[in-house]
Write a protein that binds this ligand. Structure first.
Ligand code: SF4
Length: 495
C-alpha cells in the first residue's frame, strides 16, 4: 500500500485541527446525521434485512475462503470476453501497469470515476509524474480535485465542504482545469450541479481513455459492476475507446445470484435508496458498443496479508457503503483527513493498518480511533464486527507478534510509544493476581482521597490519555470493604 502521507502524525494530533474547527464539525454533523436517518428509514422498510445481511456476510466469507479459485475463474471469463487481466502485487506495480497502458494509447489525458483503489495507490500522482492528466468526474471527487484537497468520506468525498465553499472553489479554479464556472454562479445546488455538468461534458466528449474502479466483479461471466447516482460513471464507462479498471481482489463475487444480495444491501446502506439510479455492467468488449479495449488491473496491495489474519480478514467483506462512517462519533468530530488514507472512519481504522501494517505512528494509532461503542457493527450491511477487529489490532500494536507481510510470516515488534500502556497493563495484571495488595492499595486511595487532584498530571507518555480526562472521585469506603461489612447490602447501615 502507499506510504502514509508525508509527515502525517498519529491520529489524535492529526485530528486536532478538525476537532477545533466549528464550521467543519457543523458540516460533518449535518451531513452524517441526515444520511444516517435516511438510511435507518430505508433499511426499516425491509422485513428480511437481517437475513439479507447474514447472506451478504456468508457470500463474502465463502468467496474469501476460496479467493484464488474465484479470481482465476474471473480472469478466464474476462479474457474469454475480450478483456485483458493484469495482476498487481502492490501500489507501485499497479501504477506502472496503468501508466504503461495509457502511454500505449498515445493519450495524455484520462477521465476517472469511482475508484477508491486508485486513491489508495496514489494513481493520480503517478500519472502526473508521467505527464498524464487525470480528471475526476464524480461530482464530489471533482470538488476535491478542484479544491486541491483530499477526500474525507467514502461516499461523499467532499462532505467537509458546504455549498458556499463549493461555489468559491468552482469560481476560483474551474477555468484552470477546463471550462470555467458561469459568471454569477450562486450556491444554489441546481446551479452548482449545472456548472459541474457543463465542465465535465467537455471532458467526456474529448477523452479517449477512462480509468474506473468497480463495486463488484462477477467471476462466472467476468462482468464488472459500478453503481452510482449521477450518471457520470456511465459516461466514463461507455464513451472512451479504452477502459482501464483498477479493482481490489476482494471485490469478486462468484455468481449473479450472489450479486443480487449486494445490489439490495448497498444502496439502502449507502445512499438510503431502494435501488441505485445507475447500475452499469460491462463484460469484456463488444464490437461497436462501448470501449474497444478493456483492461482489468487486479490489485493485491496488502489484501492477501489481511486475508491471512483470521480475525482481521472480515474487513475484506466491506462493500464501501460508508454507513459505519455516518454513525461513528469519532468520525463525526475528526472528519476523514486525520485517518491518512483513502479509507476513513471505522472501516479505515481496521483496514488501513492491515493493508499498510502498523509501523508508522499514524497506522499504529488508527485502531485507537474509536470509542468501541459498536454503532459501526450495528449498521454494517455485511456484519463486520469492527470493534472485535479494533481490539485485535490494538493487541497487535501493543504486543507485536506474528503477522503475514507480503506473503511471508514475520514477527513484528510492539509499536513505539506504547511502553507506558504495556507497563500499566502489567501492573494491573499483577495487582489483580495479588488481592491483598489490591485491597491495601484501594484502602490507601480511599484514605487519601481528600488530597487527590481532579485531574491527573500529564507529563510523559501518559499525557495523551490523561489530558482529556477527569480523575473519577474515589469513594470513602472501597467496594469490597462495603460488601464484607454489609454482606452485599443485606445489612446496609451497619458500620
Ligand atoms: S465496514 Fe460495513 S458499514 Fe463500513 S463501509 Fe464497509 S460495508 Fe459499509
Amino acid at each position: 500500500m502507499t506510504a502514509v502521507p508525508l509527515g502525517m502524525p498519529a491520529f489524535p494530533r492529526a485530528a486536532e485541527s478538525a476537532v477545533g474547527d466549528p464550521v467543519l464539525r457543523g458540516n460533518l454533523r449535518h451531513a452524517t446525521h441526515t444520511i444516517r436517518a435516511k438510511r435507518a428509514r430505508a433499511v426499516a422498510e425491509l422485513d428480511d434485512w437481517a437475513r439479507l445481511r447474514a447472506a451478504g456476510a456468508a457470500v463474502k466469507d465463502r468467496t474469501l475462503r476460496h479467493l484464488g479459485h474465484y479470481l482465476e475463474q474471473l480472469e478466464a471469463s474476462v479474457t474469454a470476453a475480450g478483456g485483458q487481466v493484469h495482476w498487481a502485487a502492490d501500489a507501485a506495480e499497479a501504477n506502472r501497469i496503468v501508466t504503461g497502458l495509457v502511454r500505449a494509447t498515445g493519450e495524455r489525458e484520462v477521465v476517472k470515476v469511482k475508484s477508491m483503489a486508485t486513491q489508495e495507490i496514489g494513481l493520480n500522482e503517478a500519472l502526473t509524474a508521467a505527464g498524464i492528466t487525470a480528471y475526476e468526474t464524480d461530482l464530489a471527487e471533482l470538488i476535491v480535485q478542484l479544491g486541491d484537497d483530499r477526500p474525507s468520506h467514502i461516499l461523499v468525498p467532499a462532505i467537509h465542504r458546504n455549498r458556499g465553499e463549493i461555489r468559491d472553489i468552482f469560481l476560483r479554479t474551474m477555468a484552470r482545469w477546463g471550462r470555467p464556472a458561469p459568471d454569477g454562479l450562486t450556491d444554489d445546488p441546481a446551479q452548482l450541479a449545472e456548472a459541474a455538468r457543463l465542465h465535465l461534458r467537455e471532458k467526456f466528449l474529448r477523452a479517449k481513455v477512462a480509468v474506473s474502479g468497480a463495486n463488484f466483479m462477477v467471476a462466472e461471466t467476468g462482468t464488472l459492476v459500478v453503481v452510482e447516482s449521477e450518471g457520470n460513471g456511465r459516461m466514463c464507462l461507455t464513451l472512451p475507446e479504452t477502459l482501464i479498471s483498477v479493482v481490489g481482489l476482494e471485490k469478486v463475487v462468484p455468481t449473479w445470484r450472489d450479486l443480487e444480495v449486494f445490489l439490495q444491501l448497498l444502496p439502502r446502506s449507502s445512499t438510503a435508496e431502494r435501488m441505485n439510479p445507475y447500475t452499469s455492467m460491462w463484460t469484456g468488449t463488444t464490437a461497436g458498443d462501448g470501449p474497444g479495449a478493456f483492461h482489468l488491473v487486479l490489485l493485491d496491495n496488502g489484501r492477501t496479508d489481511a486475508l491471512a489474519d483470521q480475525v482481521g480478514r472480515q474487513a475484506l467483506r466491506c462493500i464501501r457503503c460508508s454507513a459505519c462512517l455516518n454513525v461513528c462519533p469519532v468520525y463525526e468530530r475528526a472528519g476523514g483527513h486525520a485517518y491518512g488514507s483513502a479509507y476513513p472512519g471505522p472501516i479505515g481504522a481496521i483496514l488501513t493498518p492491515q493493508l499498510r501494517g502498523t509501523a508508522t505512528a499514524l497506522d499504529a494509532s488508527l485502531p485507537y480511533a474509536s470509542s468501541l461503542c459498536g454503532a459501526c457493527y450495528e449498521v454494517c450491511p455485511v456484519a463486520i464486527d469492527i470493534p472485535e477487529v479494533l481490539v485485535h489490532l490494538r493487541e497487535r500494536v501493543v504486543q507485536g507478534g506474528a503477522v503475514t507481510r507480503q506473503g511471508a510470516r514475520v514477527t513484528i515488534r510492539p509499536a513505539k510509544g506504547h511502553a507506558a500502556e504495556r507497563a500499566a497493563m502489567r501492573a494491573a495484571r499483577w495487582a489483580f493476581q495479588h488481592p491483598r495488595a489490591l485491597r491495601a492499595a484501594e484502602r490507601l486511595a480511599s484514605r487519601t482521597r481528600a488530597a487527590h487532584p481532579s485531574r491527573l498530571p500529564s507529563p510523559g507518555p501518559a499525557g495523551a490519555w490523561s489530558r482529556g480526562r477527569d480523575l473519577p472521585a474515589v469513594p470513602a469506603e472501597p467496594f469490597r470493604d462495603w460488601w464484607q461489612r454489609t454482606r452485599g447490602g443485606r445489612q446496609e447501615g451497619t458500620r
